[in-house]
Design a protein around this ligand. Structure first.
Ligand code: PLP
Ligand code: COI
Length: 365
């Protein structure tokens, strides 16, 4: 099957006829928020059965042309990734663990019956885009260029089977803080809905998982919370993850717990990085089930001192309050805790090149 042997040299580069004016771009970059603004360019690469990946193009960002019968529009055959490019202190730019995103993308592709994308092609596409949109790094503190690679089934066919044609696309969005509230700690609502069941698609980053989370998320917002928490499907007892983040719990004896990867939660790259960094600090981290009842009891007794959410978009965000139909409870002081702050600082320092990178996570551009 044809793959692009040397992908970096195979991109067709189409000049942009009218990139955003410098002043307008400057205004966007001064207050980017999250996911609201987009850069000038995008990458597209197509796949066809019997032909493989072909026609890699970097060109002006613009609307897609899809047949109304395209499989993605009917059966949601779609996967995506989320990663960030950072401007480092010395003015250069870098990616954080893009190889891990490439691997997870292919794990998602396999679950959604989609073709694998060579990891070097995934990374080459991202590098092309960041180079083309190098003027799009936000000027705000904590800003980055959020990259959204995704794959859609494009075949016009209404029978239910894996499609025979796909497009891989990468877009970019200047990003500031994920949480609008800017609150020092977030408040979460424990949903009655289920996100993922054993044997389902919970470990895949597919759009369908997020579609199913929108009603629970809207409910959390309507009740005044920042995020939704999902429990396990079978017993509705074990903490799984938030709508778009993994969770950690810190105890007064220095232990950290995070729910185990068992096929129903997303294997977060931030989660994996924090496990490694916490162990580097000499902390004991265990991936073990933790129930909502234990969380409530441990918060009340003071045994649980901090809880935090983590993900590419949210970085590391303290969880201050948890609510369900039975009432709410506060963790620690309800504000940011010391360990959360320390782990966040360690991670961000590596991502931004202000601290050594002992695990070799940073990929210069
Ligand atoms: N869980 C869900 C459901 C997510 O959408 C995300 C975000 O990508 C995460 C966890 C965190 O994953 P990562 O750290 O790789 O961004
Ligand atoms: C990310 O953190 O990259 C995600 O995809 C989460 C999404 C909810 C914004």
């Amino acid at each position: 099957m044809a793959t692009l042997a040397d992908p970096a040299t195979q991109f067709t580069r189409l000049p942009h006829p009218a990139p955003m004016a410098v002043d307008a771009r400057g205004a966007v970059l001064a207050d980017p928020g999250f996911g609201k603004a987009f850069t000038d360019h995008m990458v597209t690469i197509d796949w066809e059965e019997g032909k493989g990946w072909h026609s890699a193009v970097i060109g002006p960002r613009g609307p897609l042309s899809l047949d109304p019968a395209a499989a993605v529009l009917h059966y949601a055959q779609e996967i995506f990734e989320g990663l960030k490019a950072y401007r480092l202190a010395d003015g250069s730019t870098a990616l954080f663990r893009p190889d891990a995103n490439a691997r997870r993308f292919n794990a998602s592709a396999q679950r959604l019956a989609m073709p694998a994308l060579p990891e070097d092609l995934f990374i080459a596409a991202i590098k092309e885009l960041v180079r083309a949109d190098a003027d799009w790094f936000p000027s705000v503190e904590g800003g980055s260029l959020y990259l959204r690679p995704f794959m859609i089934a494009t075949e016009a066919f209404l029978g239910v089977r894996p499609a025979k044609t796909y497009s891989f696309i990468v877009i970019a969005s200047p990003a500031g803080n994920y949480f609008k509230s800017g609150a020092p700690a977030v408040s979460i609502w424990v949903s009655d809905y289920t996100r993922a069941a054993p044997g389902g698609t919970g470990a895949a980053k597919c759009g369908g998982n997020y579609a199913a989370s929108l009603v629970p998320t809207a409910e959390a917002f309507a009740r005044g919370h920042d995020q939704v928490l999902f429990l396990d499907a079978a017993e509705h007892r074990w903490v799984e993850e938030l709508g778009g983040m993994n969770l950690f719990f810190a105890f007064d004896d220095g232990r950290l717990i995070t729910p185990p990867l068992g096929g129903t939660i997303l294997p977060g790259i931030t989660r994996d990085s924090l496990i490694a960094l916490a162990r580097d600090e000499g902390l004991s981290v265990s991936e073990e089930p933790y129930s909502l009842d234990a969380w409530r009891a441990d918060a009340a007794s003071g045994k649980l001192v901090e809880a935090f959410a983590c993900g590419t978009a949210a970085v590391v965000t303290p969880v201050g309050k948890v609510a369900d139909r039975n009432g709410d409870f506060v963790i620690g002081s309800g504000g940011p805790g010391q360990l959360t702050g320390k782990l966040k600082d360690r991670l961000v320092a590596i991502q931004r090149g202000t601290a050594p990178d002992p695990h070799g996570w940073v990929v210069p551009l």
